[in-house]
Design a protein around this ligand. Structure first.
Ligand SMILES: *Cc1c(COP(=O)(O)O)cnc(C)c1O
Length: 383
């Protein structure tokens, strides 16, 4: 092994999560697996084939670069959709490859038409509508102006989707804002329909919206975090449990992050441990060195606060997390030795380090913590 830690992806957990999502969706609604941010840190090259094994056929990415990376490892005939920015060159590539992409403003619409012309194939576009997030998408005024152009370009464009994104469906505090977005979306869709512009797909829902507002599922959902085994927020999980009268979280974490003990050392009472003076041994103790640090995605804010699992016990981080190493207290874990398995995220025996607990200490949401797991850590599949 040429790496100091490894990320395992559990096939059984993913199969369970995909099945849960499938069953939750309304009849005929398609599941697009969102794999931006290196598949939320799970690693596109390993995650995509694994998801395909579990029956996933449609993937959403942010950039053309991610689409390229995913397409290289995916089965022929599976579909990709780019949700972020694409420049002209990337659009031409997407048109050539029959990859769908979002068109979010009149400039991009013009580029899409021209790219299609140059390539000699139709561009499969998803028109993104601005409904209240105030980030990207056609304003009603821009849409009205663009309709004649879209109609005229029917030989260059396939209107593969009409879509929007909700501004915070994971929190009940945003309820009214979401309702207003739903209304704005319907208004704009009606406006287009009156002009004879209809689409193969209407899609608006991310994980939170699909769960809490099932009416937003429409023809397709863009599900990210849920497939990886996390509810977007605790609020959405509780809402789900109350509605379904269950105490069980229906999805399971598929990722485990592990390393090995690099060495163990005896420290005498009164010594400082690691860089500087942030940790003073107030008793004789045993510390283990773990070859993982902030360069590997183990946040420096876990210094003197985080935990890992060794021999089924919790071991506290002592001193500062270094670039490539950290020290943990193993005084109470008799027999700890070089080569012992170390769990950074995941389960060992009776105990578990959850992504949520890790995130709370380092003040990162699940999304951030996961996507920060470096690409260079090997991902392997387990059963
Ligand atoms: C990231 C993203 C999603 C998926 O969000 P989750 O909360 O992870 O399900 C859906 N749609 C768009 C436009 C996104 O950027």
């Amino acid at each position: 092994m040429f790496n100091t830690s490894v990320i395992e992806l559990n096939r059984t957990a993913l199969r369970n999560n995909v099945e849960f999502i499938r069953n939750y969706l309304r009849e005929g609604c398609r599941f697009s697996s969102v794999i931006k941010g290196n598949a939320y840190g799970h690693g596109i090259p390993v995650y995509v084939p694994l998801a395909e094994e579990c029956g996933v056929e449609h993937f959403s990415v942010f950039s053309a670069g991610e689409a390229w990376q995913a397409q290289k490892v995916a089965k022929k005939g599976h579909s990709f959709m780019i949700m972020g920015a694409t420049d002209r060159q990337e659009m031409e590539w997407a048109v050539q490859q029959r990859i769908d992409f979002f068109v979010s403003d009149p400039g991009a619409l013009q580029d899409a038409i021209e790219s299609a012309g140059r390539v000699g194939k139709k561009a499969r576009i998803h028109l993104e509508l601005e409904t209240g997030m105030n980030r990207t998408g056609f304003e009603p005024r821009e849409l009205r102006k663009s309709i004649p152009l879209i109609k005229k370009a029917s030989h260059q464009l396939t209107l593969a989707g009409i879509c929007t994104h909700f501004a915070g469906a994971e929190s009940i505090a945003n309820y009214h804002r979401i309702q207003n977005q739903k209304k704005a979306f319907r208004r704009m869709v009606r406006l287009m329909a009156r002009e004879g512009l209809e689409s193969e797909n209407y899609h608006t829902a991310c994980s939170a919206a699909a769960l809490r507002y099932p009416e937003t599922q429409m023809d397709m959902v863009r599900i990210g975090i849920l497939q990886y085994g996390f509810f977007p927020t605790r609020e959405i999980l509780i809402d789900y449990m109350v509605k379904k009268k269950t105490n069980e979280n229906p999805v399971h974490r598929i990722l485990t992050w592990k390393s090995r003990v690099m060495g163990v050392k005896r420290i005498s009472k009164g010594s400082f441990v690691g860089y500087g003076t942030s940790f003073l041994a107030t008793n004789d103790m045993m510390v283990a060195a773990i070859p993982v640090g902030y360069a590997q995605g183990f946040s420096r804010s876990m210094s003197n606060r985080g935990h890992v699992l060794i021999r089924g016990e919790r071991a506290a981080v002592v001193g500062m997390v270094n670039m490539n190493m950290m020290l943990v207290d193993v005084t109470h874990i008799g027999g700890t030795e070089k080569g012992d398995e170390v769990i950074l995220i995941g389960r060992q025996g009776e105990r578990e380090i959850t992504v949520a607990s890790f995130g709370e200490i380092s003040e990162q949401v699940n999304y951030e913590l996961l996507t920060r797991l470096p690409e260079c850590i090997p991902r392997i599949v387990t059963d």
